[in-house]
Design a protein around this ligand. Structure first.
Ligand SMILES: C[S@@+](CC[C@H](N)C(=O)[O-])C[C@H]1O[C@@H](n2cnc3c(N)ncnc32)[C@H](O)[C@@H]1O
Length: 409
């Protein structure tokens, strides 16, 4: 064996690539600790309810890619910590069938390879705009989607799909549609701009920090939905199928959508997601100045969509207060710290007191950089939970999780 043979192979296999950690890329920290968590917590209620009535679950994943939804489904955190032996609400053995449906041959093949040998996991190719054959494998307890797959369908195509789902399920079925939302601060150009129905999207954020502009061939077309629009859609569905349809909407990634950092659709790039990625990382500190979220570029949208604008402004206000408070804490400006705690609403002042306790006790944490390892991740989780606790969604985030229940009658 050559002296370098092992290392030649290891380098060729990619083990010596530059480690980007969670700071950039498809599976960055925000996706892992914020967006995936939002998706899982949203699914938890429905999965728990199903498992209350039966031992195993049958699930279909619309636009499944290579099975990311299966990972979400089987890694839903438990709500309580009294049962440490039960790590997740649902494990792979609680699944009778997971069926991933996707239009892309490569995605389906990768999914099959990823889960080869798992009898309860299947993938099939299908264009959900016209091919409903996945329903032959039903009935399903839950039909869901992750990361905006059904936004590839027009309203008419989605309506046809929902009618077919209803026809194939004479009993109650839950459909979770994860959609691109219309009123994200990422793309004010799309706010209330009805035509054309399918609008541009791109994933140039995959190439950050090297490149911020998409190539022509990277652009594709999707439908962006408003919260009220989704409710009207469900009303129409209800009339068509003559069964009761319930819907609730959660906004996802309001200030940290991927295109906040690229600025492709607003000419105002801000490295906010980059900074939150750093907060979640145990080795990096966040930077106060670029973490604050200046929404003045949306001023002229106040009248276009007042409810959505006010929701974003309210959340951005709380966000900025937490950043300013952090600055006061670390610059030992005790008067400002006290003032923030005394004058902020309780849901913020409670978090502030906890953060002040952490900072006062910093020396008790056996870490090398308290800011990076303890404070940063805590602050990131607070900013995230403020979003999770927002009221009924309006479609003002990057994504919108629409929970639709088609009842038995
Ligand atoms: C953004 S990816 C999301 C994939 C995966 N759900 C995830 O969470 O990463 C969108 C997926 O929708 C699929 N898709 C697009 N149009 C579709 C259609 N008409 N029918 C079925 N799948 C479609 C794409 O092939 C792609 O895998």
């Amino acid at each position: 064996m050559k002296k370098t043979e092992f290392f030649d192979v290891a380098a060729r296999q990619g083990f010596y690539g530059v480690e980007k950690g969670g700071l950039y890329g498809k599976k960055d920290n925000v996706r892992k600790y914020w967006e995936d968590v939002a998706i899982k917590v949203n699914l938890r209620k429905y999965v728990t309810e199903i498992l209350g009535n039966k031992n195993q679950i049958r699930a279909a994943d619309l636009g499944s890619g290579s099975g990311e939804g299966l990972e979400a489904l089987t890694h839903i955190p438990c709500e309580t910590y009294e049962t440490p032996d039960k790590e997740f609400v649902l494990t792979k053995k609680d699944i009778e069938l997971y069926l991933g449906v996707d239009i892309s041959k490569e995605m389906v093949e990768t999914g099959k390879k990823n889960y080869a040998g798992k009898k309860n996991v299947e993938f099939m190719r299908g264009d959900l705009a016209r091919d409903y054959s996945f329903l032959d494998h039903g009935p399903f307890d839950i039909i869901f989607s992750t990361y905006s797959s059904p936004s590839h369908l027009s309203e008419k195509e989605l309506m046809n799909l929902m009618v077919k789902i209803s026809e194939a399920h004479q009993r109650k079925v839950v459909v979770v549609l994860d959609m691109f939302a219309m009123y994200s601060p990422e793309w004010p150009v799309y706010w209330n701009n009805k035509e054309p129905e399918m609008k541009e999207y791109n994933m140039v954020w995959l190439y950050l920090p090297k490149r911020t502009q998409p190539k022509k061939e990277e652009i594709y077309y999707v439908k962006y939905w408003g919260g009220n629009e989704m409710k009207k859609f469900c009303k129409k569905l209800e009339e068509k199928i003559k069964r009761k349809v319930d819907v609730s909407v959660r906004d996802r990634s309001v200030l940290i959508g991927r295109h906040i950092d690229t600025g492709v659709y607003n000419n105002n790039p801000k490295p906010v997601r980059k900074q939150v990625n750093r907060l979640f990382d145990r080795d990096y500190r966040g930077n106060y100045d670029t973490l604050a979220f200046d929404i003045s570029y949306l001023d002229n949208m106040k009248e276009t969509a007042p409810d959505e604008y006010n929701r974003i402004a309210g959340y951005a206000g709380d966000w900025n207060t937490m950043i300013a408070y952090t600055k006061a804490l670390f610059s030992r400006d005790d008067d400002s710290v006290k003032r923030y705690i005394e004058t902020s609403p309780e849901y913020l002042s409670e978090e502030m007191k906890m953060l002040a306790w952490l900072v006062r006790n910093a020396s008790r944490f056996p870490v090398v950089d308290f800011w990076a390892s303890i404070y940063g991740p805590q602050l990131a989780a607070i900013l995230r939970n403020l979003e999770f606790n927002l009221p009924e969604g309006l479609g003002c985030g990057h994504g919108m999780m629409c929970n639709i229940t088609i009842n038995d009658q």
